[in-house]
Write a protein of this length. Structure first.
Length: 104
């Protein structure tokens, strides 16, 4: 679905979670199980956790999937934490608001 929908977040697990939430009319999937052919990436695992799926079963490890030739394995991306005032401000905002926005 990533290529079909031109959506980098449309991995199988995320797509399945979206469809399940729509079909069930809720975001809490704590009574659901997910079966995946491969160990989920970080994004998909985060989606599984946020949807509270009670059980995740997968086949191949992430290392096996990468060895098979994922189109994501050679991402050329710089990741940098903000420094100075930007980092200080972001941390202060997080500390001041983290309790105000419960997930459920």
């Amino acid at each position: 679905m990533v290529l079909k929908n031109t959506d980098a977040t449309a991995h199988a697990e995320v797509t399945a979670i979206r469809e399940a939430c729509k079909k069930l009319g809720k975001i809490d999937l704590s009574d659901c199980e997910m079966y995946a052919s491969c160990e989920p990436c970080s994004m998909c695992f985060g989606a599984v956790r946020l949807s509270r799926i009670k059980r995740l079963v997968y086949g191949a490890t992430a290392e096996a999937a990468i060895a098979m030739g994922s189109c994501y394995q050679n991402a050329n991306l710089e990741i940098k934490r903000a420094d100075g005032n930007g980092a200080l401000l972001a941390e202060q905002v997080f500390q001041n608001t983290k309790g105000k926005f419960p997930m459920y």
